[in-house]
Design a protein around this ligand. Structure first.
Ligand code: MSK
Length: 643
Protein backbone atom coordinates (compact mmCIF):
# COMPACT_ATOMS: atom_id res chain seq x y z
CA UNK A 1 0.00 0.00 0.00
CA UNK A 2 2.76 2.45 0.86
CA UNK A 3 4.69 3.58 -2.19
CA UNK A 4 7.12 5.86 -0.47
CA UNK A 5 9.52 3.73 1.60
CA UNK A 6 12.14 6.43 1.04
CA UNK A 7 9.95 9.07 2.65
CA UNK A 8 10.56 10.35 6.13
CA UNK A 9 6.86 10.66 6.99
CA UNK A 10 4.68 7.65 7.79
CA UNK A 11 1.52 6.93 5.88
CA UNK A 12 -1.13 7.63 8.53
CA UNK A 13 -4.07 5.26 8.45
CA UNK A 14 -7.40 5.12 10.17
CA UNK A 15 -7.33 2.00 12.37
CA UNK A 16 -9.38 -0.62 10.48
CA UNK A 17 -11.79 -1.18 13.40
CA UNK A 18 -12.68 2.55 13.52
CA UNK A 19 -14.88 2.63 10.43
CA UNK A 20 -17.08 -0.19 9.17
CA UNK A 21 -16.99 -0.36 5.41
CA UNK A 22 -20.78 -0.16 5.19
CA UNK A 23 -20.70 3.20 6.98
CA UNK A 24 -18.45 4.87 4.42
CA UNK A 25 -21.12 6.08 1.95
CA UNK A 26 -23.13 7.57 4.82
CA UNK A 27 -20.05 9.29 6.29
CA UNK A 28 -19.10 10.67 2.88
CA UNK A 29 -22.56 12.25 2.58
CA UNK A 30 -22.11 13.84 6.00
CA UNK A 31 -18.75 15.32 5.14
CA UNK A 32 -19.06 16.98 1.73
CA UNK A 33 -21.48 18.15 -0.95
CA UNK A 34 -19.37 18.34 -4.11
CA UNK A 35 -19.82 15.16 -6.22
CA UNK A 36 -16.15 15.03 -7.23
CA UNK A 37 -15.02 15.48 -3.62
CA UNK A 38 -17.40 12.76 -2.48
CA UNK A 39 -16.08 10.33 -5.08
CA UNK A 40 -12.47 10.85 -4.00
CA UNK A 41 -13.39 10.90 -0.31
CA UNK A 42 -15.06 7.52 -0.69
CA UNK A 43 -11.88 6.15 -2.29
CA UNK A 44 -9.75 7.76 0.42
CA UNK A 45 -11.79 6.12 3.14
CA UNK A 46 -11.63 2.78 1.37
CA UNK A 47 -7.84 3.24 1.13
CA UNK A 48 -7.96 3.82 4.89
CA UNK A 49 -5.99 7.07 4.65
CA UNK A 50 -6.53 9.45 7.55
CA UNK A 51 -7.96 12.88 6.73
CA UNK A 52 -9.05 16.03 8.53
CA UNK A 53 -12.54 14.61 9.11
CA UNK A 54 -11.15 11.55 10.92
CA UNK A 55 -8.97 13.70 13.15
CA UNK A 56 -11.89 16.02 13.83
CA UNK A 57 -13.96 13.05 14.95
CA UNK A 58 -11.15 11.85 17.20
CA UNK A 59 -11.04 15.25 18.92
CA UNK A 60 -14.71 15.17 20.00
CA UNK A 61 -15.96 16.25 22.45
CA UNK A 62 -13.81 19.40 22.66
CA UNK A 63 -12.71 20.96 25.96
CA UNK A 64 -15.60 23.18 27.02
CA UNK A 65 -13.36 25.85 28.57
CA UNK A 66 -11.34 26.15 25.38
CA UNK A 67 -14.45 26.20 23.19
CA UNK A 68 -15.95 29.07 25.17
CA UNK A 69 -12.71 31.05 25.38
CA UNK A 70 -12.32 30.95 29.18
CA UNK A 71 -9.11 28.98 29.25
CA UNK A 72 -6.00 31.09 29.86
CA UNK A 73 -2.48 29.88 29.16
CA UNK A 74 -0.70 33.21 29.24
CA UNK A 75 1.51 32.81 32.26
CA UNK A 76 3.16 30.23 34.45
CA UNK A 77 0.89 30.83 37.42
CA UNK A 78 -1.73 28.99 35.33
CA UNK A 79 -3.09 27.51 33.18
CA UNK A 80 -6.44 28.74 34.45
CA UNK A 81 -10.06 28.11 33.57
CA UNK A 82 -12.79 30.52 34.54
CA UNK A 83 -15.57 28.19 35.53
CA UNK A 84 -17.71 30.28 37.88
CA UNK A 85 -18.25 29.72 41.58
CA UNK A 86 -14.95 29.88 43.44
CA UNK A 87 -13.18 29.55 40.11
CA UNK A 88 -14.57 32.79 38.66
CA UNK A 89 -11.09 34.33 38.37
CA UNK A 90 -7.68 33.15 37.25
CA UNK A 91 -4.70 33.13 39.62
CA UNK A 92 -3.91 36.75 38.64
CA UNK A 93 -7.51 37.86 39.18
CA UNK A 94 -8.59 37.90 35.50
CA UNK A 95 -12.31 37.35 35.03
CA UNK A 96 -14.09 35.73 32.09
CA UNK A 97 -14.46 39.03 30.18
CA UNK A 98 -10.74 39.65 30.32
CA UNK A 99 -9.69 36.11 29.46
CA UNK A 100 -12.10 35.87 26.51
CA UNK A 101 -11.26 39.33 25.12
CA UNK A 102 -7.51 38.76 25.45
CA UNK A 103 -7.78 35.43 23.65
CA UNK A 104 -9.76 37.09 20.88
CA UNK A 105 -7.26 39.92 20.53
CA UNK A 106 -4.51 37.31 20.25
CA UNK A 107 -6.46 35.61 17.43
CA UNK A 108 -7.00 38.87 15.56
CA UNK A 109 -3.33 39.78 15.88
CA UNK A 110 -2.32 36.35 14.57
CA UNK A 111 -4.54 36.76 11.53
CA UNK A 112 -3.43 40.32 10.87
CA UNK A 113 0.23 39.32 11.22
CA UNK A 114 -0.17 36.43 8.78
CA UNK A 115 -1.74 38.53 6.05
CA UNK A 116 0.51 41.48 6.61
CA UNK A 117 3.68 39.42 6.59
CA UNK A 118 2.51 38.03 3.25
CA UNK A 119 2.00 41.63 2.03
CA UNK A 120 5.49 42.55 3.20
CA UNK A 121 7.02 39.69 1.19
CA UNK A 122 5.27 40.87 -1.96
CA UNK A 123 6.62 44.39 -1.35
CA UNK A 124 10.11 42.96 -0.85
CA UNK A 125 9.76 41.10 -4.13
CA UNK A 126 8.81 44.32 -5.91
CA UNK A 127 11.86 45.99 -4.38
CA UNK A 128 14.12 43.12 -5.47
CA UNK A 129 12.59 43.33 -8.96
CA UNK A 130 13.01 47.10 -9.21
CA UNK A 131 16.62 47.00 -8.05
CA UNK A 132 17.60 44.19 -10.42
CA UNK A 133 18.11 41.51 -7.76
CA UNK A 134 15.20 39.38 -8.95
CA UNK A 135 15.79 39.48 -12.65
CA UNK A 136 13.21 36.87 -13.58
CA UNK A 137 10.36 38.96 -12.22
CA UNK A 138 8.98 41.99 -14.01
CA UNK A 139 6.31 44.63 -13.69
CA UNK A 140 3.14 43.39 -15.35
CA UNK A 141 0.80 46.28 -14.64
CA UNK A 142 2.55 49.64 -15.16
CA UNK A 143 -0.82 51.45 -15.10
CA UNK A 144 -1.51 50.24 -11.58
CA UNK A 145 2.06 51.04 -10.60
CA UNK A 146 1.56 54.63 -11.72
CA UNK A 147 -1.80 54.92 -9.96
CA UNK A 148 -0.35 53.63 -6.70
CA UNK A 149 2.65 55.92 -7.04
CA UNK A 150 0.27 58.84 -7.31
CA UNK A 151 -1.67 57.64 -4.27
CA UNK A 152 1.61 57.58 -2.32
CA UNK A 153 2.73 60.97 -3.65
CA UNK A 154 5.61 59.48 -5.65
CA UNK A 155 6.76 61.25 -8.79
CA UNK A 156 6.79 58.56 -11.50
CA UNK A 157 8.69 60.63 -14.05
CA UNK A 158 11.96 58.91 -13.15
CA UNK A 159 10.86 55.75 -14.98
CA UNK A 160 9.22 52.45 -14.15
CA UNK A 161 12.01 50.82 -12.16
CA UNK A 162 12.69 53.88 -10.02
CA UNK A 163 8.97 54.36 -9.38
CA UNK A 164 8.60 50.70 -8.40
CA UNK A 165 11.58 51.00 -6.05
CA UNK A 166 10.18 54.10 -4.37
CA UNK A 167 6.71 52.60 -4.10
CA UNK A 168 8.05 49.37 -2.57
CA UNK A 169 10.08 51.38 -0.06
CA UNK A 170 7.12 53.63 0.78
CA UNK A 171 4.90 50.60 1.38
CA UNK A 172 7.54 48.78 3.41
CA UNK A 173 7.88 51.91 5.51
CA UNK A 174 4.18 51.71 6.36
CA UNK A 175 4.76 48.56 8.39
CA UNK A 176 6.43 50.71 11.03
CA UNK A 177 5.69 54.20 9.86
CA UNK A 178 6.16 57.12 12.22
CA UNK A 179 3.67 59.19 10.21
CA UNK A 180 0.92 57.70 12.35
CA UNK A 181 -1.40 56.77 9.49
CA UNK A 182 -1.68 54.49 6.46
CA UNK A 183 -1.86 55.93 2.96
CA UNK A 184 -4.55 53.58 1.66
CA UNK A 185 -6.86 54.23 4.62
CA UNK A 186 -7.58 57.42 2.70
CA UNK A 187 -9.51 55.27 0.23
CA UNK A 188 -12.26 55.19 2.85
CA UNK A 189 -15.12 57.59 2.29
CA UNK A 190 -14.47 60.76 4.31
CA UNK A 191 -17.36 60.00 6.68
CA UNK A 192 -15.97 56.57 7.52
CA UNK A 193 -12.44 57.92 7.89
CA UNK A 194 -13.45 60.64 10.34
CA UNK A 195 -15.73 58.30 12.28
CA UNK A 196 -12.81 55.91 12.82
CA UNK A 197 -10.38 58.73 13.54
CA UNK A 198 -12.78 60.17 16.12
CA UNK A 199 -13.10 56.75 17.75
CA UNK A 200 -9.30 56.35 17.88
CA UNK A 201 -9.52 53.25 15.68
CA UNK A 202 -7.37 54.31 12.72
CA UNK A 203 -4.17 52.24 12.71
CA UNK A 204 -0.90 54.12 13.18
CA UNK A 205 1.13 51.57 11.29
CA UNK A 206 0.71 47.91 10.41
CA UNK A 207 3.27 46.30 12.72
CA UNK A 208 2.76 48.69 15.60
CA UNK A 209 -0.83 47.63 16.21
CA UNK A 210 0.10 43.95 16.03
CA UNK A 211 3.01 44.42 18.43
CA UNK A 212 0.82 46.43 20.78
CA UNK A 213 -1.78 43.66 20.63
CA UNK A 214 0.90 41.18 21.71
CA UNK A 215 1.85 43.55 24.52
CA UNK A 216 -1.74 43.90 25.61
CA UNK A 217 -2.34 40.15 25.88
CA UNK A 218 0.49 39.82 28.41
CA UNK A 219 -0.75 39.29 31.95
CA UNK A 220 -1.13 42.46 33.91
CA UNK A 221 -1.51 45.00 31.12
CA UNK A 222 -5.13 46.04 30.37
CA UNK A 223 -8.08 44.48 32.13
CA UNK A 224 -10.97 46.25 30.39
CA UNK A 225 -12.53 43.95 27.79
CA UNK A 226 -14.00 46.73 25.65
CA UNK A 227 -10.69 48.61 25.54
CA UNK A 228 -8.93 45.36 24.55
CA UNK A 229 -11.42 44.62 21.80
CA UNK A 230 -11.23 48.16 20.45
CA UNK A 231 -7.55 47.51 19.89
CA UNK A 232 -8.51 44.30 18.07
CA UNK A 233 -10.55 46.35 15.61
CA UNK A 234 -7.68 48.81 15.16
CA UNK A 235 -5.19 45.98 14.57
CA UNK A 236 -7.45 44.38 12.00
CA UNK A 237 -7.90 47.70 10.17
CA UNK A 238 -4.11 47.85 9.83
CA UNK A 239 -4.36 44.51 8.05
CA UNK A 240 -7.33 45.41 5.85
CA UNK A 241 -6.28 48.89 4.77
CA UNK A 242 -2.56 48.15 5.13
CA UNK A 243 -0.82 44.76 5.02
CA UNK A 244 -3.39 42.82 3.02
CA UNK A 245 -4.09 45.74 0.71
CA UNK A 246 -0.38 46.03 -0.02
CA UNK A 247 -0.38 42.28 -0.77
CA UNK A 248 -3.21 42.61 -3.27
CA UNK A 249 -2.07 45.81 -4.96
CA UNK A 250 1.57 44.86 -5.38
CA UNK A 251 0.72 41.34 -6.54
CA UNK A 252 -1.30 43.05 -9.26
CA UNK A 253 1.66 45.29 -10.15
CA UNK A 254 4.01 42.31 -10.37
CA UNK A 255 1.78 39.64 -11.86
CA UNK A 256 -1.05 41.56 -13.48
CA UNK A 257 -4.40 42.89 -12.32
CA UNK A 258 -7.00 40.16 -12.86
CA UNK A 259 -9.34 40.44 -15.81
CA UNK A 260 -12.50 38.45 -16.47
CA UNK A 261 -11.61 34.99 -17.79
CA UNK A 262 -12.83 31.43 -17.87
CA UNK A 263 -11.22 28.57 -15.97
CA UNK A 264 -12.03 25.10 -14.69
CA UNK A 265 -12.45 23.89 -11.15
CA UNK A 266 -12.71 20.75 -8.96
CA UNK A 267 -10.70 17.54 -8.57
CA UNK A 268 -11.48 16.66 -12.17
CA UNK A 269 -8.91 19.24 -13.27
CA UNK A 270 -6.14 16.68 -12.62
CA UNK A 271 -5.07 14.91 -15.81
CA UNK A 272 -4.37 11.22 -16.12
CA UNK A 273 -1.73 11.62 -18.84
CA UNK A 274 0.12 14.64 -17.38
CA UNK A 275 2.55 15.26 -14.57
CA UNK A 276 0.19 16.84 -12.02
CA UNK A 277 1.54 19.51 -9.68
CA UNK A 278 -0.58 21.31 -7.07
CA UNK A 279 0.33 24.81 -5.90
CA UNK A 280 -0.92 25.42 -2.38
CA UNK A 281 -0.78 28.19 0.19
CA UNK A 282 -1.27 31.92 -0.22
CA UNK A 283 1.59 33.90 -1.69
CA UNK A 284 1.81 34.08 -5.50
CA UNK A 285 5.51 35.03 -5.60
CA UNK A 286 6.82 31.49 -6.09
CA UNK A 287 3.81 29.95 -7.81
CA UNK A 288 3.86 32.58 -10.57
CA UNK A 289 7.40 31.46 -11.34
CA UNK A 290 6.37 27.79 -11.35
CA UNK A 291 3.63 28.64 -13.84
CA UNK A 292 6.20 30.30 -16.07
CA UNK A 293 8.61 27.38 -15.76
CA UNK A 294 5.96 24.70 -16.43
CA UNK A 295 5.57 25.87 -20.02
CA UNK A 296 9.32 26.06 -20.62
CA UNK A 297 10.05 23.74 -23.59
CA UNK A 298 12.88 22.10 -21.66
CA UNK A 299 10.52 21.10 -18.83
CA UNK A 300 7.81 19.94 -21.23
CA UNK A 301 10.39 17.82 -23.03
CA UNK A 302 11.49 16.28 -19.72
CA UNK A 303 7.86 15.50 -18.84
CA UNK A 304 7.41 13.85 -22.24
CA UNK A 305 10.58 11.84 -21.79
CA UNK A 306 9.08 10.55 -18.52
CA UNK A 307 6.04 9.32 -20.46
CA UNK A 308 3.63 12.21 -19.80
CA UNK A 309 1.96 14.54 -22.27
CA UNK A 310 3.05 17.60 -20.33
CA UNK A 311 2.81 19.31 -16.96
CA UNK A 312 -0.61 20.09 -15.51
CA UNK A 313 -0.64 22.72 -12.78
CA UNK A 314 -3.62 22.99 -10.46
CA UNK A 315 -4.24 25.39 -7.60
CA UNK A 316 -5.39 24.87 -4.03
CA UNK A 317 -6.61 27.36 -1.44
CA UNK A 318 -5.48 30.92 -2.07
CA UNK A 319 -2.25 30.39 -3.96
CA UNK A 320 -4.66 28.69 -6.34
CA UNK A 321 -7.06 31.63 -6.22
CA UNK A 322 -4.24 34.04 -7.06
CA UNK A 323 -3.30 31.97 -10.11
CA UNK A 324 -6.88 31.35 -11.17
CA UNK A 325 -7.66 35.07 -11.08
CA UNK A 326 -4.62 36.17 -13.06
CA UNK A 327 -3.68 33.21 -15.22
CA UNK A 328 -6.78 31.02 -15.35
CA UNK A 329 -4.85 28.11 -13.78
CA UNK A 330 -7.46 25.45 -12.92
CA UNK A 331 -8.34 25.07 -9.25
CA UNK A 332 -8.47 21.54 -7.82
CA UNK A 333 -10.23 22.46 -4.62
CA UNK A 334 -10.42 24.38 -1.39
CA UNK A 335 -9.16 23.95 2.14
CA UNK A 336 -10.73 20.60 3.05
CA UNK A 337 -9.79 19.12 -0.32
CA UNK A 338 -6.04 19.50 0.14
CA UNK A 339 -5.52 15.92 1.29
CA UNK A 340 -7.89 14.57 -1.35
CA UNK A 341 -5.83 16.03 -4.19
CA UNK A 342 -3.10 13.64 -3.05
CA UNK A 343 -5.40 10.68 -2.43
CA UNK A 344 -6.51 10.74 -6.07
CA UNK A 345 -3.19 8.92 -6.52
CA UNK A 346 -2.52 11.16 -9.52
CA UNK A 347 -0.51 13.98 -7.95
CA UNK A 348 3.23 13.99 -8.48
CA UNK A 349 4.06 16.97 -6.27
CA UNK A 350 2.43 19.53 -4.06
CA UNK A 351 4.43 22.75 -3.78
CA UNK A 352 3.44 24.80 -0.76
CA UNK A 353 4.28 28.27 0.47
CA UNK A 354 2.42 29.08 3.70
CA UNK A 355 -0.88 29.31 5.59
CA UNK A 356 -3.71 26.77 5.60
CA UNK A 357 -1.35 23.89 4.85
CA UNK A 358 -2.16 20.83 6.91
CA UNK A 359 0.91 19.41 8.70
CA UNK A 360 -0.61 16.04 7.79
CA UNK A 361 0.20 16.44 4.08
CA UNK A 362 3.55 14.59 4.09
CA UNK A 363 1.81 11.71 5.89
CA UNK A 364 -0.92 11.54 3.25
CA UNK A 365 1.70 11.86 0.51
CA UNK A 366 3.62 8.96 2.07
CA UNK A 367 0.66 6.70 1.25
CA UNK A 368 1.16 7.47 -2.46
CA UNK A 369 4.01 8.56 -4.72
CA UNK A 370 3.62 12.30 -4.11
CA UNK A 371 6.31 14.72 -2.95
CA UNK A 372 5.31 17.57 -0.67
CA UNK A 373 7.77 20.39 -1.26
CA UNK A 374 8.01 23.15 1.33
CA UNK A 375 9.58 26.41 0.23
CA UNK A 376 9.39 29.04 2.95
CA UNK A 377 11.78 29.23 5.91
CA UNK A 378 8.63 30.05 7.91
CA UNK A 379 6.82 26.90 6.86
CA UNK A 380 9.07 23.87 7.16
CA UNK A 381 7.01 20.70 7.64
CA UNK A 382 8.52 17.44 8.91
CA UNK A 383 8.41 14.81 6.18
CA UNK A 384 8.28 17.39 3.40
CA UNK A 385 11.19 18.04 1.04
CA UNK A 386 12.40 21.53 1.85
CA UNK A 387 13.69 23.68 -1.01
CA UNK A 388 14.10 27.20 0.22
CA UNK A 389 12.98 29.86 -2.22
CA UNK A 390 13.45 33.61 -2.39
CA UNK A 391 12.81 36.11 -5.20
CA UNK A 392 16.42 35.82 -6.35
CA UNK A 393 16.43 32.03 -6.81
CA UNK A 394 12.73 31.29 -7.52
CA UNK A 395 13.35 30.72 -11.22
CA UNK A 396 16.01 28.08 -10.79
CA UNK A 397 14.30 26.45 -7.79
CA UNK A 398 11.01 26.14 -9.70
CA UNK A 399 12.86 24.06 -12.22
CA UNK A 400 14.26 21.83 -9.47
CA UNK A 401 10.77 21.30 -8.02
CA UNK A 402 9.22 20.46 -11.37
CA UNK A 403 12.01 17.98 -11.98
CA UNK A 404 11.10 16.23 -8.72
CA UNK A 405 7.48 16.05 -9.92
CA UNK A 406 8.51 14.70 -13.31
CA UNK A 407 10.73 12.12 -11.62
CA UNK A 408 7.70 10.90 -9.66
CA UNK A 409 5.48 10.41 -12.71
CA UNK A 410 6.76 6.91 -13.57
CA UNK A 411 6.13 5.88 -9.94
CA UNK A 412 2.40 6.56 -10.23
CA UNK A 413 0.36 3.35 -9.72
CA UNK A 414 -2.40 3.34 -12.32
CA UNK A 415 -4.58 0.97 -10.30
CA UNK A 416 -4.60 3.44 -7.39
CA UNK A 417 -5.64 6.48 -9.46
CA UNK A 418 -9.08 8.04 -9.29
CA UNK A 419 -9.60 11.30 -11.15
CA UNK A 420 -13.29 12.17 -11.12
CA UNK A 421 -14.99 13.20 -14.33
CA UNK A 422 -16.55 16.55 -14.92
CA UNK A 423 -14.46 19.60 -14.14
CA UNK A 424 -16.76 22.63 -13.99
CA UNK A 425 -16.15 25.87 -15.83
CA UNK A 426 -16.21 29.20 -14.02
CA UNK A 427 -15.94 32.84 -15.00
CA UNK A 428 -13.49 34.49 -12.61
CA UNK A 429 -11.20 37.51 -12.37
CA UNK A 430 -13.55 40.19 -11.03
CA UNK A 431 -11.03 42.66 -9.70
CA UNK A 432 -12.40 46.16 -9.08
CA UNK A 433 -10.59 47.24 -12.24
CA UNK A 434 -12.21 44.44 -14.28
CA UNK A 435 -15.65 45.36 -12.93
CA UNK A 436 -15.10 49.02 -13.75
CA UNK A 437 -14.02 48.14 -17.25
CA UNK A 438 -17.00 45.85 -17.78
CA UNK A 439 -19.29 48.67 -16.67
CA UNK A 440 -17.81 51.17 -19.12
CA UNK A 441 -15.04 52.72 -17.01
CA UNK A 442 -16.97 53.59 -13.84
CA UNK A 443 -18.81 51.79 -11.04
CA UNK A 444 -21.68 54.28 -11.34
CA UNK A 445 -23.91 51.81 -13.28
CA UNK A 446 -23.52 49.29 -10.44
CA UNK A 447 -24.46 51.94 -7.89
CA UNK A 448 -27.43 52.98 -10.04
CA UNK A 449 -28.67 49.38 -10.16
CA UNK A 450 -28.45 49.23 -6.38
CA UNK A 451 -30.17 52.59 -5.95
CA UNK A 452 -32.92 51.59 -8.35
CA UNK A 453 -33.38 48.30 -6.50
CA UNK A 454 -32.69 45.92 -9.40
CA UNK A 455 -29.83 44.78 -7.20
CA UNK A 456 -31.05 45.03 -3.59
CA UNK A 457 -27.53 44.94 -2.16
CA UNK A 458 -24.20 43.13 -2.20
CA UNK A 459 -22.70 40.54 0.13
CA UNK A 460 -19.12 39.34 0.37
CA UNK A 461 -19.28 35.61 1.12
CA UNK A 462 -15.74 34.71 2.08
CA UNK A 463 -13.53 32.43 4.10
CA UNK A 464 -12.63 28.87 4.70
CA UNK A 465 -14.00 25.38 5.22
CA UNK A 466 -14.29 23.93 8.69
CA UNK A 467 -15.00 20.25 9.40
CA UNK A 468 -17.68 21.43 11.84
CA UNK A 469 -19.76 22.11 8.72
CA UNK A 470 -20.34 19.82 5.74
CA UNK A 471 -17.74 21.03 3.25
CA UNK A 472 -19.12 23.88 1.10
CA UNK A 473 -22.73 23.50 2.30
CA UNK A 474 -22.71 26.87 4.08
CA UNK A 475 -21.14 28.78 1.20
CA UNK A 476 -23.29 27.36 -1.55
CA UNK A 477 -26.59 27.49 0.34
CA UNK A 478 -26.06 31.07 1.48
CA UNK A 479 -24.98 32.26 -1.98
CA UNK A 480 -28.02 30.61 -3.60
CA UNK A 481 -30.37 32.13 -1.03
CA UNK A 482 -28.93 35.60 -1.50
CA UNK A 483 -29.02 35.68 -5.29
CA UNK A 484 -32.60 34.40 -5.17
CA UNK A 485 -33.37 37.57 -3.21
CA UNK A 486 -31.71 39.80 -5.87
CA UNK A 487 -28.63 40.35 -3.74
CA UNK A 488 -25.40 40.07 -5.71
CA UNK A 489 -22.62 37.99 -4.15
CA UNK A 490 -18.89 38.65 -4.34
CA UNK A 491 -16.53 35.99 -3.08
CA UNK A 492 -12.95 35.28 -2.15
CA UNK A 493 -10.96 32.39 -0.72
CA UNK A 494 -12.39 28.94 -0.24
CA UNK A 495 -15.95 30.26 -0.47
CA UNK A 496 -15.15 31.30 -4.03
CA UNK A 497 -13.90 27.83 -4.89
CA UNK A 498 -16.97 26.19 -3.33
CA UNK A 499 -19.38 28.28 -5.39
CA UNK A 500 -17.33 27.89 -8.56
CA UNK A 501 -17.50 24.11 -8.12
CA UNK A 502 -21.26 24.37 -7.63
CA UNK A 503 -21.59 26.12 -11.00
CA UNK A 504 -22.62 29.45 -9.49
CA UNK A 505 -19.88 31.28 -11.37
CA UNK A 506 -21.23 30.42 -14.79
CA UNK A 507 -23.43 32.95 -16.57
CA UNK A 508 -26.27 30.36 -16.65
CA UNK A 509 -26.38 30.56 -12.86
CA UNK A 510 -28.32 33.78 -13.42
CA UNK A 511 -31.33 31.46 -13.81
CA UNK A 512 -31.09 30.80 -10.09
CA UNK A 513 -31.23 34.52 -9.27
CA UNK A 514 -34.30 36.64 -8.60
CA UNK A 515 -35.87 38.27 -11.66
CA UNK A 516 -34.19 41.66 -11.47
CA UNK A 517 -30.70 40.34 -10.66
CA UNK A 518 -31.14 37.74 -13.40
CA UNK A 519 -31.92 40.49 -15.91
CA UNK A 520 -28.83 42.48 -14.83
CA UNK A 521 -26.55 39.43 -15.10
CA UNK A 522 -27.95 38.50 -18.49
CA UNK A 523 -27.50 41.99 -19.86
CA UNK A 524 -23.88 42.10 -18.67
CA UNK A 525 -23.13 38.43 -19.40
CA UNK A 526 -21.83 37.85 -15.88
CA UNK A 527 -22.72 35.30 -13.21
CA UNK A 528 -24.60 36.39 -10.07
CA UNK A 529 -21.68 35.23 -7.89
CA UNK A 530 -18.42 36.99 -8.67
CA UNK A 531 -14.97 35.66 -7.77
CA UNK A 532 -12.80 38.48 -6.45
CA UNK A 533 -9.73 36.48 -5.46
CA UNK A 534 -7.78 35.18 -2.50
CA UNK A 535 -7.99 35.91 1.23
CA UNK A 536 -5.79 39.00 1.03
CA UNK A 537 -8.04 40.09 -1.83
CA UNK A 538 -10.83 40.78 0.62
CA UNK A 539 -9.28 44.20 0.29
CA UNK A 540 -10.74 44.30 -3.23
CA UNK A 541 -14.14 44.11 -1.51
CA UNK A 542 -13.14 46.97 0.81
CA UNK A 543 -11.99 49.04 -2.16
CA UNK A 544 -15.20 48.27 -4.06
CA UNK A 545 -17.41 49.20 -1.10
CA UNK A 546 -15.39 52.37 -0.48
CA UNK A 547 -15.68 53.41 -4.10
CA UNK A 548 -19.45 52.80 -4.15
CA UNK A 549 -19.86 54.74 -0.90
CA UNK A 550 -17.79 57.61 -2.30
CA UNK A 551 -19.96 57.69 -5.42
CA UNK A 552 -23.08 57.68 -3.27
CA UNK A 553 -21.67 60.34 -0.92
CA UNK A 554 -22.26 57.95 1.99
CA UNK A 555 -20.29 56.23 4.72
CA UNK A 556 -19.56 52.55 4.23
CA UNK A 557 -21.88 51.58 7.08
CA UNK A 558 -24.78 53.24 5.27
CA UNK A 559 -24.53 50.95 2.23
CA UNK A 560 -26.89 47.99 1.74
CA UNK A 561 -24.04 45.52 1.99
CA UNK A 562 -22.82 42.80 4.36
CA UNK A 563 -20.15 40.15 4.74
CA UNK A 564 -20.44 36.47 5.63
CA UNK A 565 -18.00 33.72 6.55
CA UNK A 566 -20.22 30.63 6.74
CA UNK A 567 -17.44 28.07 7.25
CA UNK A 568 -14.53 30.09 8.65
CA UNK A 569 -11.78 28.45 10.70
CA UNK A 570 -8.72 30.69 10.52
CA UNK A 571 -7.39 33.55 12.67
CA UNK A 572 -7.01 35.39 9.36
CA UNK A 573 -10.77 35.09 8.89
CA UNK A 574 -11.28 36.64 12.33
CA UNK A 575 -9.05 39.56 11.34
CA UNK A 576 -10.97 39.92 8.06
CA UNK A 577 -14.31 39.86 9.89
CA UNK A 578 -13.03 42.48 12.32
CA UNK A 579 -11.80 44.82 9.57
CA UNK A 580 -15.06 44.45 7.65
CA UNK A 581 -17.02 45.36 10.77
CA UNK A 582 -14.53 48.10 11.68
CA UNK A 583 -15.04 49.56 8.21
CA UNK A 584 -18.83 49.55 8.64
CA UNK A 585 -19.78 46.24 6.98
CA UNK A 586 -21.67 43.86 9.27
CA UNK A 587 -20.58 40.22 9.10
CA UNK A 588 -22.43 36.94 9.64
CA UNK A 589 -20.40 34.03 10.98
CA UNK A 590 -21.49 30.44 10.46
CA UNK A 591 -19.20 29.08 13.18
CA UNK A 592 -19.31 30.45 16.74
CA UNK A 593 -16.00 32.03 17.80
CA UNK A 594 -14.60 31.02 21.18
CA UNK A 595 -16.29 33.86 23.04
CA UNK A 596 -19.42 32.46 24.65
CA UNK A 597 -17.72 32.33 28.05
CA UNK A 598 -18.25 36.09 28.31
CA UNK A 599 -21.70 37.52 27.86
CA UNK A 600 -20.21 41.02 27.81
CA UNK A 601 -17.88 40.17 24.93
CA UNK A 602 -20.72 38.50 23.01
CA UNK A 603 -22.91 41.57 23.53
CA UNK A 604 -20.20 43.97 22.49
CA UNK A 605 -19.52 42.11 19.24
CA UNK A 606 -23.13 41.45 18.33
CA UNK A 607 -24.65 44.76 19.48
CA UNK A 608 -22.29 47.29 21.04
CA UNK A 609 -19.99 47.68 18.06
CA UNK A 610 -22.93 48.91 16.01
CA UNK A 611 -23.05 52.08 18.08
CA UNK A 612 -19.35 52.75 17.54
CA UNK A 613 -18.72 51.81 13.90
CA UNK A 614 -22.19 51.21 12.48
CA UNK A 615 -21.67 47.47 12.05
CA UNK A 616 -21.66 44.28 14.09
CA UNK A 617 -21.39 40.51 13.96
CA UNK A 618 -24.17 37.97 13.72
CA UNK A 619 -23.60 34.28 14.38
CA UNK A 620 -25.95 31.94 12.54
CA UNK A 621 -25.05 28.41 11.51
CA UNK A 622 -28.13 27.88 9.33
CA UNK A 623 -27.36 29.54 5.98
CA UNK A 624 -31.05 30.05 5.14
CA UNK A 625 -31.69 31.88 8.41
CA UNK A 626 -28.45 33.75 7.80
CA UNK A 627 -29.80 34.94 4.44
CA UNK A 628 -32.96 36.14 6.24
CA UNK A 629 -30.85 38.18 8.67
CA UNK A 630 -28.73 39.68 5.90
CA UNK A 631 -31.74 40.48 3.73
CA UNK A 632 -33.43 42.30 6.62
CA UNK A 633 -30.22 44.24 7.25
CA UNK A 634 -29.93 45.21 3.59
CA UNK A 635 -33.54 46.37 3.47
CA UNK A 636 -33.00 48.41 6.64
CA UNK A 637 -29.94 50.07 5.11
CA UNK A 638 -31.92 50.82 1.95
CA UNK A 639 -34.63 52.41 4.03
CA UNK A 640 -31.97 54.44 5.85
CA UNK A 641 -30.76 55.82 2.53
CA UNK A 642 -34.32 56.46 1.42
CA UNK A 643 -34.06 54.04 -1.52
S1 MSK B 1 -7.23 29.51 1.95
S2 MSK B 1 -7.69 31.23 5.16
S3 MSK B 1 -8.99 28.15 4.42
S4 MSK B 1 -10.29 30.91 2.82
FE1 MSK B 1 -7.11 31.49 1.97
FE2 MSK B 1 -9.26 29.06 2.47
FE3 MSK B 1 -9.54 30.28 4.75
FE4 MSK B 1 -7.24 29.33 4.12
Amino acid sequence: MTDGEEKKADCLKVPPDCIREGDIPYMVEERAVDPQVKEVLQKTMEDGVQTVWDRFRNQQPPCKSCATGVSCQRCAMGPCRILGGDRDRGVCGADADLVVSRNLLDTIATGAASHSDHGREVAETLLATATGRAENYSISDPVKLAALAEEYGIDSSAGEKKTAEQLALAMLEEFGTLRGELAMAKRMPPGTYSLLKGAGLLPRSIDREIVEAMHRVHMGVGADYSNILAHGVKTSLGDGWGGSMIGTELSDVLFGTPGIRETMVNLGTLKEDHVNVALHGHNPVLSEMVVKMASDPEMVEKAEAAGAKGINLVGLCCTGNELLMRKGVPQAGNHLSQELVITTGALEAMIVDYQCIFPSLPHVAACYHTSVITTSPKAVIPGGEHIEVNPENAHEKSKEMLEIAIGNFPKRKKERVLIPDGPVSAIVGFSVEALREALGGTLQPLLDLILKGDIRGAVGVVGCNNPKIKQDYGHITLAKELIKRNIIVVETGCAGVACAEAGLMRPEAADQAGDSLKAVCESLGVPPVLHMGSCVDNTRILTLAAELANLAGARMDQLPVAGAAPEWYSPKAVAIGAYFVGSGISVALGVMPKITGSENVVNLLTEGLDGAVGAKFWVEADPVKCADIIEAHIEAKRAGLGI
